[in-house]
Design a protein around this ligand. Structure first.
Ligand SMILES: CC(C)(COP(=O)(O)OP(=O)(O)OC[C@H]1O[C@@H](n2cnc3c(N)ncnc32)[C@H](O)[C@@H]1OP(=O)(O)O)[C@@H](O)C(=O)NCCC(=O)NCCS
Length: 290
C-alpha cells in the first residue's frame, strides 16, 4: 500500500534506533461538511447515539480530520464517497481505529478536539502513540495536587505565576497523550505517568522534545509545540521523529502571541484563518485586538 513520504527507516544494526514517523493534520469545524454522506454506516449509527450537540460536533470534526489525514497518508481518494468508505470506529477502550471497506487499515491513529479544532496523528503499523491539544488555561492548586507527581508538583511550585498556566497545561497534555498511547485515557491514575523531560521554547515553529515515563519504566518520547494560547503534544513508543504536518498550519498573530487555530474567546474564526491563508501561504500574521 502506498505511504505518504518515506517509510520509517529500519535500523542497520542492533545499536541503531528505529525512529517512527508521525504525520499530523489539523482541521477546524468550519471545513466539515454539514451533511453526513462522508460518514460510513457504522459511524452514522454511532453519531445517532450521541445525545448532545457539542459531542456530535466534536466527534464529526475528529472523524473528518482523521479521514482526511488517512487519505493524505495512504494516498487514498478523498472525494466524499471515498471518505465514507473509511470509518473511524472506537475500540473497546475508546481509542479510535481505522477501517476501509470494513477491513482494518495498517495504521495507528490518535485524535484530540478542542475549541472547534481537531488534530489527528497517524503512524504506520500497530504502535503506542497518542496526541493531545489543549488551550492554555489556569488550573487550581487542588488540580495540581490531585493529578501530578511529587516531582511535577515541585517543578510547578518553582515556576513563576505567569508561567504556571503554560507549564501545568504542558504537563497535563503530555500525560493525556501518553494515556492515549497506552489506550487507557483517564482511566489511568495520571500520577502513574511522570513527565521526565520537556525543554524548548514557546513558539509555534518546530517541535520541542518531551519524555513521559510510565510506572512500569516504559518511556514515551514525543514532541510539543505551544504559545500563550495553544498547545499540542504527541508521544509514542518507539521514539518518534518530529511530526510532519500534512497541511501547513497558518500562524495568526494575536497581540504578542501566535495562534494557528480558531480561538472563539478572542473572536478568531476560521474565516480569519482562511483569509490569512489566501493572502500569504507562508507566514502571514493577522493582528486582532482581543
Ligand atoms: C481519552 C481521554 C483522556 C480524552 O479526553 P479529552 O481530553 O476530553 O478529549 P480529547 O479531545 O483530547 O480526546 C478525545 C479522543 O480521544 C480518543 N480516545 C478516547 N478514549 C481513548 C483511549 N482509551 N485511548 C486512546 N484514545 C482514546 C477518542 O478518539 C476521543 O475522541 P472521539 O471520542 O471523538 O473519537 C478521555 O476521553 C478518556 O479518559 N477516555 C477513557 C475513559 C472513558 O471512556 N470514559 C468514559 C466517559 S465517562
Amino acid at each position: 500500500m502506498p505511504w505518504f513520504n518515506t517509510q520509517p527507516r529500519r535500523p542497520r544494526n542492533e545499536s541503531e534506533t528505529w525512529f517512527m514517523q508521525i504525520y499530523l493534520l489539523e482541521q477546524t469545524e468550519s471545513v466539515v461538511p454539514t451533511g453526513d454522506n462522508w460518514l460510513g454506516q457504522r459511524e452514522i449509527i454511532a453519531l445517532h447515539r450521541m445525545r448532545f450537540a457539542k459531542r456530535r460536533a466534536d466527534w464529526r470534526l475528529g472523524r473528518w480530520t482523521a479521514k482526511r489525514a488517512l487519505a493524505a497518508c495512504l494516498k487514498l481518494p478523498d472525494s466524499i464517497p471515498a471518505l465514507a468508505e473509511v470509518e473511524i470506529i472506537a475500540g473497546s477502550s475508546g481509542a479510535p481505529e481505522a477501517f476501509r471497506a470494513n477491513a482494518p487499515l495498517p495504521v495507528t491513529i490518535s485524535l484530540s478536539h478542542r475549541a472547534g479544532t481537531a488534530i489527528c496523528s497517524v503512524v504506520r503499523g500497530n504502535a503506542r502513540m497518542g496526541c493531545d491539544m489543549e488551550l492554555i488555561e489556569a488550573h487550581s492548586q487542588a488540580f495540581v495536587t490531585d493529578y501530578f507527581t511529587a516531582e511535577e508538583q515541585t517543578l510547578i511550585a518553582h515556576t513563576s505565576a505567569a508561567e504556571k498556566p503554560r507549564i501545568i497545561t504542558l504537563l497535563w497534555s503530555a500525560k493525556e497523550s501518553a494515556s492515549k498511547a497506552l489506550r487507557q485515557g483517564l482511566r489511568l491514575d495520571t500520577r502513574w505517568l511522570s513527565v521526565t523531560k520537556m525543554v524548548g521554547t514557546w513558539e509555534m515553529h518546530g517541535w520541542n522534545p518531551l519524555h513521559v515515563r510510565y510506572r512500569d519504566g516504559r518511556i514515551f518520547q514525543g514532541w510539543w509545540q505551544g504559545n500563550d494560547w495553544l498547545l499540542r503534544t504527541v508521544v509514542a513508543d518507539p521514539a518518534p521523529k518530529p511530526p510532519i504536518l500534512l497541511e501547513p498550519l497558518i500562524p495568526i498573530q494575536v497581540g504578542s502571541g501566535i495562534v494557528t487555530t480558531e480561538v472563539p474567546q478572542l473572536g478568531i474564526t476560521a474565516t480569519d484563518l482562511r483569509q490569512a491563508g489566501r493572502c500569504d501561504a507562508t507566514a502571514l500574521t493577522l493582528r486582532h485586538t482581543a
